[in-house]
Write a protein that binds this ligand. Structure first.
Ligand code: GDP
Ligand code: MG
Length: 641
């Protein structure tokens, strides 16, 4: 069977966990509030209506700050835990988890101090609740929230807005559909002016969740000078004559509430608290309870109702009601919790799970991340993602265009050919063919190829660098690790530079190779062709004429074109071999050997994340823990049923 203790204890535990997480309802949190889903009992009433007195007599202890003006300036969440008969009574604040208060005068002082800690001494109010648990054999399991008293005027030193601020704060509690309202009205005042009833009626028009409490019955009975005594008298008469005879009660209530229909579904409870004089005399709470019991038992008006009057009865009534409300709410609380768990799990997946603290786990994570990056990078090169085609663009467009633009026309102009050939001959002009002249001309021409070759190397380097940058940005898993992103980019760029240097050396060598050994066949074919074309007799004359140099220029030009064709094919091969293939296979090799040598602390630093993201993840994780433990709690209670 589910006991009352286990159900209310369940809500108490969840509420405490909520407060630890800063969830005390209200919209300021980015998370949906579990707190708001939980039932609670809020004490509402005008100043000096007897709220603190009611709370204290329910607890059976003196512990609330007293004084004139607004004494309660922060909500006080008071959780009562019934302990075994004979065990010692003590109190605990949530903000002082290690300290047990057995002296209740110190509890009162701590409430005051803790109020001031948040609000300052300025008599401001704050919606952040103070959590106080009282463990005692003399209480019933119950959670009550003491709220600032509703007031009509600001006292000295308080801003004018305080009247509205208090009302807003109180309303923010009582307007929640899960809030049970304990509406306190002093019996010696006109109930039609009761702040508590006015507000309760506004937020709970059906009266389903409002409990009416009349304090100061003793004062009324003594015939104090109550102005509109009649209204209250009629009400109380109705209550005590036939407390459950609804029609009569309704009539009375409707009457007192200016004729508008407002019925409470629960019977009113009358209370007699300690008078100011008794407080001053330090009459203890147990004695006061006794006195209250005696009052109802011996009163001519109330004796027949004695079992349904007084603070002890009120406590039991509330506890029982709270239990049934909680029982009814459990399915919806469970489904809210499950929904939140799902959402938080999804968000945590999105944010990335926390990384283990040991070096092994960190190294593993880093390697996994590198692999993820590497996969994206390869997809860019091999297709599947755009980018690799730009490398082909270098070979197919840029390189041929650059080769075409080389200034061979100028270099092989008649004038230059003549100059180079003549200079190469020295003092002895050539006899048959200008062997040296050809060599010089060709070597000079081949040098021009270095430019486009190097430009190809640089262009591909640039594309690869860009792909590294893009791949890092596109690797989802890396998003949360800016430091690792930087390190990875740095390492990859460094590797690419190494590949570029290799590539440069290789293409320089390719070009140099063309100069170091010329294709013999090409030149062997030349004399025959010349013979075919010209008249051999004219040759000697020609040797020093324009036609001779023109022929040399044209021969060199066709040789250079042949080399150009070769290089147009071999430069891409060299570039792919040295840069692209290496990038694909060993971009991070050096990085891997480096991080293998790092200490745990350095690895941890590489996995540094954006503080805001870490904060959010921590919040999600904590909240998830709360919901999971709440779910476990609820399950264990449900199992006990
Ligand atoms: P709060 O401002 O609503 O918390 O009101 P308190 O509980 O501080 O009570 C205000 C004053 O009314 C105190 O002097 C109490 O002694 C007195 N008081 C409260 N309830 C009763 C009651 O039932 N009978 C008598 N005689 N005095 C009461
Ligand atoms: Mg008070």
């Amino acid at each position: 069977m589910t006991t009352m203790e286990s159900l209310i204890g369940l809500v108490n535990r969840i509420q405490r966990a909520c407060t630890v997480l800063g969830d005390h309802g209200g919209g300021e949190s980015a998370f949906s509030s579990l707190w708001e889903a939980l039932p609670s009992v809020a004490v509402v009433g005008g100043q000096s209506s007897g709220k603190s007195s009611v709370l204290e007599s329910i607890v059976g202890r003196d512990f609330l700050p007293r004084g004139s003006g607004i004494v309660t300036r922060r909500p006080l969440v008071l959780q009562l835990h019934k302990t075994e008969e004979g065990s010692e009574e003590y109190a605990e604040f949530l903000h002082l988890p290690k300290r047990r208060f057995t002296d209740f005068a110190l509890v009162r002082k701590e409430i005051q101090d803790e109020t001031d800690r948040v609000t300052g001494k300025t008599k401001q109010i704050s919606p952040i609740p103070i959590h106080l648990s009282i463990y005692s054999p003399n209480v019933v399991n119950l959670t009550l929230i003491d709220l600032p008293g509703l007031t009509k005027v600001a006292v000295e030193g308080q801003p004018e807005s305080i009247v509205k601020d208090i009302e807003d704060m109180v309303r923010s509690y009582v307007e929640k559909p899960n809030c049970i309202i304990l509406a306190i009205s002093p019996a010696n005042q006109d109930i039609a002016t009761s702040d508590a009833i006015k507000l309760a009626r506004e937020v709970d028009p059906s009266g389903d969740r409002t409990f009416g409490v009349l304090t100061k019955l003793d004062l009324m009975d003594k015939g104090t000078n109550a102005l509109d005594y009649n209204f209250s008298a009629k009400l109380v008469t109705a209550v005590h004559v036939t407390p459950f005879a609804l029609p009569l009660v309704i009539t009375a209530r409707e009457f007192v509430l200016e004729g508008r229909a407002y019925r409470l579904q629960h019977p009113w409870v009358g209370i007699v608290n300690r008078s100011q004089a008794e407080i001053n005399r330090n009459v203890d709470m147990m004695a006061a309870r006794r006195k209250e019991r005696e009052y109802f038992a011996t009163s001519a008006d109330y004796s027949h109702l004695a079992s349904r009057m007084g603070s002890e009865y009120l406590a039991k009534l509330l506890s029982k009601h709270l239990e049934s409300v909680i029982r009814a709410r459990i399915p919806s609380i469970t489904s809210l919790i499950n929904k939140n768990i799902d959402e938080l799990e999804a968000e945590l997946d999105r944010l990335g799970r926390p990384v283990g603290a040991d070096a092994g786990a960190q190294l593993y994570t880093i390697l996994e991340l590198c692999r993820a990056f590497d996969k994206v990078f390869k997809e860019h090169l091999d297709g599947g993602r755009p980018g690799g085609d730009r490398i082909y663009g270098v070979f197919d467009n840029q390189l041929p265009a650059a080769l075409r633009k080389l200034p061979f026309d100028r270099y092989l102009s008649l004038q230059n050919v003549k100059k180079v050939v003549t200079e190469a001959d020295g003092y002895q002009p050539h006899l048959i063919a200008p062997e040296q002249g050809y060599r010089r001309l060709i070597e000079g021409a081949l040098n021009y190829f270095k430019g486009p070759a190097e430009a190809s190397v640089d262009a591909v380097h640039f594309v690869l660098k860009e792909l590294v940058r893009k791949s890092i940005a596109e690797t989802k898993e890396l998003k949360r690790f800016p430091t690792l992103q930087n390190e990875l980019a740095g390492a990859a760029y460094q590797a690419l530079e190494k590949f570029r240097d290799e590539s440069r050396k290789t293409i320089t060598r390719l070009v140099d190779m063309e100069s170091s050994y010329l294709t013999v066949d090409f030149f062997r074919r030349l004399p025959q062709e010349m013979e075919k074309v010209g008249n051999p007799a004219a040759n000697n004359v020609d040797r020093y004429a324009e036609g001779h140099f023109r022929r040399i220029a044209s021969n060199v030009s066709s040789y250079v074109n042949m080399v150009s064709d070769t290089l147009r094919n071999s430069i891409p091969k060299a570039v792919v071999h040295c840069q692209v293939r290496e990038a694909k296979h060993s971009l991070l090799n050096y990085f891997y050997t480096q991080i293998g040598k790092r200490e745990g602390k350095q690895l941890g630093q590489m996995l540094d994340e954006d503080p805001a993201l870490m904060e959010r993840r921590q919040q999600c994780a904590k909240r998830l823990e709360l919901y999971k433990s709440a779910r476990d709690e609820i399950e264990s209670v449900s199992w006990a049923r």
